[in-house]
Design a protein around this ligand. Structure first.
Ligand SMILES: C[S@@+](CC[C@H](N)C(=O)[O-])C[C@H]1O[C@@H](n2cnc3c(N)ncnc32)[C@H](O)[C@@H]1O
Length: 310
C-alpha cells in the first residue's frame, strides 16, 4: 500500500515538470486519414507574410463563456488528431467506453421506460453529449437510436468528430457543433438526456457548468456526469501511473486540484436543481486490461441524476 506521505511527495516532485507533448499518430482508417489531411485545416486562412509575430490563437473562439478554461482547451486542441487512435492518448476512454455505455444504457432505459435488450432503445429521445471530443460517446449513442447533438468548445475536435461520423450513415446524422453548454442555454435548447463525461474536471466554473447542464435538461429528463475523484488514490493512478508510468495520457492532462469529490458533485448538482439518483465507480483491472462497473468510487465515477420539477 502506498502511503499518503509518499504520494504527497511524488505529487510535489512531479507537478513542476508537467508538459504537453506533440500529437501522436492518427488512426489507421485510410479514408479518415485522407479526409483528415485534406479537410481539417483547409478553412484556415493562409498566414500573412507581413503579419507581425503574435501570441498563439485561443483553442476556442467562444471566449466570453464562463465554463471555458483556455489552458485545458489548448491541451485537447494539441492532440485532437488522435481521438480515434485506440493506442493514442485517448486509449483509456476507448477502453472505458463499453463499461460506461453499459451504465448509461441501464440507467437511461430504466429512466425512460425503454427495453434495455432492444438494439435501438433510445429511439425517439434527444441527447446532448457536452464536451464530446472526437465523438467516442456520441457515435454509440446514435447507434442506440438517440438523436444526438455533440458539442465541444474545441473546433478541431468537432471537425474530427464530423469526419469520423461521416464514415457511417447512422452516425452521420449526429449534429456536431462547436459551442458550449452556456451558449445552448441562451438558445433555449432542451434535451431528454444531457451527458458530460470526463469534462467537468476541465471546465473553469464547475458549479456554473452544472447550472447550464440543468437548464439544458428537460423536465423529467436525466443528466449523466462522469469524472475523477479528488482522492490520493486518483492522484496515484490517474496521474502518476496513467501519465508518468504507463504514459497513456500526455503529462499534464489532469490537474488533481481540479477534481471534485462525489460529495462535492452531489452538492453542486443539488444547487442546480438536479438530484443524483445513482453513482457507480469504474475500476481498471491491469491483469485483464478491462474496466468494470463497481461500488468503488475512489477514482473514476459516474453520477446519474434527474432534473427536479420546477
Ligand atoms: C477528456 S475529454 C472527454 C471527451 C468525451 N466526453 C468522452 O468522454 O469521450 C474532455 C472534452 O471536453 C471539452 N471541453 C472542455 N471544456 C469544455 C467546455 N467548457 N465546453 C465544452 N467542451 C469542453 C474538451 O475540448 C474535450 O474534448
Amino acid at each position: 500500500m502506498v502511503s499518503k506521505h509518499l504520494l504527497t511527495r511524488i505529487y510535489s516532485m512531479t507537478r513542476p515538470v508537467l508538459q504537453i507533448p506533440q500529437p501522436r499518430n492518427l488512426c489507421s482508417h485510410p479514408k479518415f486519414v485522407h479526409e483528415l489531411q485534406t479537410r481539417l485545416f483547409s478553412d484556415a486562412p493562409p498566414p500573412s507574410p507581413a503579419a507581425p509575430a503574435s501570441t498563439p490563437p485561443p483553442a476556442s473562439n467562444l471566449q466570453s463563456k464562463s465554463s471555458l478554461n483556455e489552458t485545458e482547451l489548448k491541451k485537447f486542441a494539441a492532440i485532437s488528431e488522435t481521438w480515434w487512435d485506440a493506442e493514442g492518448p485517448f486509449k483509456p476512454l476507448h477502453l472505458m467506453n463499453p463499461t460506461r455505455l453499459a451504465f448509461i444504457r441501464s440507467t437511461l432505459c430504466r429512466h425512460f421506460g425503454k427495453d434495455p435488450n432492444s438494439t435501438r432503445p433510445f429511439e425517439g429521445l434527444k441527447f446532448v453529449d457536452v464536451g464530446c471530443g472526437g465523438g467516442i460517446l456520441s457515435e454509440p449513442l446514435a447507434r442506440m437510436g438517440a438523436t444526438v447533438t455533440g458539442v465541444d468548445a474545441v473546433e478541431k475536435n468537432i471537425k474530427i468528430a464530423q469526419l469520423h461520423a461521416d464514415l457511417d450513415p447512422i452516425t452521420s446524422s449526429i449534429d456536431y457543433r462547436c459551442t458550449t453548454a452556456e451558449k445552448m442555454v441562451e438558445e433555449q435548447m432542451k434535451f431528454d438526456a444531457v451527458l458530460a463525461l470526463e469534462v467537468i474536471e476541465h471546465v473553469a466554473e464547475p458549479a456554473e457548468f452544472c447550472k447550464s447542464l440543468s437548464a439544458l435538461t428537460s423536465c423529467g429528463g436525466a443528466t449523466l456526469i462522469s469524472t475523477i475523484n479528488r482522492s490520493m488514490r486518483a492522484y496515484a493512478t490517474a496521474i502518476v501511473i496513467a501519465e508518468y508510468v504507463l504514459r497513456w495520457l500526455p503529462r499534464g492532462t489532469h490537474d488533481w486540484s481540479s477534481f471534485l469529490t462525489p460529495e462535492e458533485l452531489v452538492l453542486i448538482l443539488e444547487r442546480a436543481s438536479i438530484s443524483v439518483q445513482e453513482m457507480a465507480g469504474f475500476v481498471y483491472n491491469p491483469l485483464t486490461g478491462q474496466w468494470s462497473i463497481s461500488d468503488d468510487i475512489s477514482v473514476n465515477f459516474i453520477a446519474y441524476a434527474t432534473k427536479n420539477t420546477e
